[in-house]
Design a binder for this molecule. Structure first.
Ligand SMILES: [Zn+2]
Length: 415
């Protein structure tokens, strides 16, 4: 099973927007591209929303059938590990092996020494085709990398073996993710992480590193664009080298997590993947939930009322809701409007404050990030929430489609 060159992860917290998401992708594919949709959902999201992995499969299959989509599509068990993977085995065919928690866990001295010895030929000056300057690889550097990543890659291999036993070899896509950590991985780290995965027989098709800069939820990238551009390009070149050198799957590509709304780096990524004719996986999730709230606000009446209620609850419970996401949000509480003020807003004012249009006079990234982490509030509303999604399906669906197509795919693929 192979993932196409371009793919986009379309997480959908409440499983109501599969058709709208697929419409956006099919629209982009009309230009001759072949972007595969991947419906991703993590264990944490399932717990908050009280959904089951099989629901994601149902949603994906139904959207594909309804629109007569003929291309490749996948269902991603997002950020799973050995203790959470089991319920996903039957219905997922894409597995994101999250080994971030094992980074830095000690390995035996013998294992570190064996890895360093196996890298003898890369020590000294290592030229990677496409890179202006050779990399300088020292023995100390290799020891540090091995000590930091051997256990994590071993863990990836154990989850992979479990999946082979339970799904059969070649019947699923393997992604390895290391993004949910504080320290970014450099292109040199990436090179040797890939060697470890190859050594351990993990045929990763996508890898999600932690990049420098902030990938906050639902808002634009914050960081040094030049540095990101250099790092992204070097990662692409390192992957190309690693595929040939270590025998990893030739379709191996970068996966960008928290990838929605990173408008300022889309042109950078577009240029690099175009320059080297490489693929990309962009993972999104909460941006679709935000469009649901925008759609309800636009619908007016009880839709707008519910959107305001979601904000009021988010505001009053912000500490609890923000805690699990502390590393991936930056909310300036002073910039949050009061509940009383929001309750006076029109549909237009609410939607414009929440919708991600950088430079729009009403746009408020603090308001947006708070609602982003507050999907638990809507989950607790249960049918009160989902029945309005169904009632205003057209308006909400148009918001979801427009967001993915106009603001994401168009920027990412120069459409
Ligand atoms: Zn991630």
């Amino acid at each position: 099973m192979k993932l196409g060159k371009y793919s986009i992860g379309v997480g959908d917290r409440f499983s109501h927007q599969g058709v709208a998401q697929l419409r956006a992708i099919m629209k982009a594919n009309e230009t001759g591209l072949e972007i595969s949709p991947v419906w991703n959902k993590s264990n944490r999201e399932h717990i908050y929303v009280h959904s089951h992995p099989a629901d994601v499969r149902k949603e994906a299959d139904a959207a594909v059938a309804k629109l007569g989509y003929k291309g490749l599509y996948f269902v991603d068990a997002d950020h799973i590990n050995l203790s959470t993977v089991a319920p996903f085995v039957e219905t997922a065919d894409f597995f994101t092996l999250d080994v971030a928690a094992f980074i830095g866990k000690p390995s035996s001295e013998a294992d570190v020494a064996a890895f360093v010895a196996s890298c003898e030929k890369y020590m000294g000056e290592l030229s990677i085709p496409g890179m202006k300057k050779p990399l300088h690889i020292s023995k100390e550097m290799l020891e540090a990398i091995a000590s930091k990543f051997l256990t994590a890659t071993q863990q990836a291999s154990e989850i992979y073996k479990y999946l082979v036993e339970n799904k059969g070899v070649g019947n699923f896509i393997t992604e390895v993710s290391m993004d949910e950590v504080e320290t970014p991985q450099t292109p040199i780290d990436m090179l040797f992480i890939l060697k470890m995965l190859a050594d351990k027989g993990v045929p990763a098709q996508t890898i999600a590193p932690k990049f420098t800069g902030r990938f906050n939820k639902g808002v634009d990238y914050r960081g040094d664009l030049k540095q990101f551009a250099r790092e992204f390009e070097e990662d692409v070149l390192v992957i190309d080298y690693a595929v040939k050198e270590f025998g990893l799957p030739e379709e191996l590509k970068l996966s960008i997590h928290s990838g929605s709304d990173k408008f300022s780096i889309y042109p950078i990524m577009a240029e690099v993947i175009h320059k080297y004719d490489k693929g990309l996986h962009l993972k999104t999730a909460g941006t679709t939930w935000l469009e649901e709230v925008i759609g309800l606000a636009v619908a007016g009446g009880e839709g707008l009322e519910l959107a305001k209620k979601i904000y009021a609850n988010s505001f009053n419970r912000s500490e609890e809701l923000c805690a699990p996401y502390a590393d991936v949000i930056d909310i300036d509480n002073v910039q949050l409007p009061s509940v009383e003020e929001v309750n006076t807003w029109t549909s237009e004012k609410f939607a414009n404050t929440l919708r991600h249009i950088p430079g729009h006079a009403d746009y408020n990234s603090n308001f947006r990030q708070l609602i982003h982490v507050a999907y638990k509030v809507a989950a607790e509303m249960g049918e009160t929430y989902t029945s309005l999604l169904e009632k205003y399906e057209d308006i909400v669906g148009n918001c979801v489609e427009e967001n993915i197509y106009e603001r994401h795919l168009k920027r990412l693929f120069n459409l």
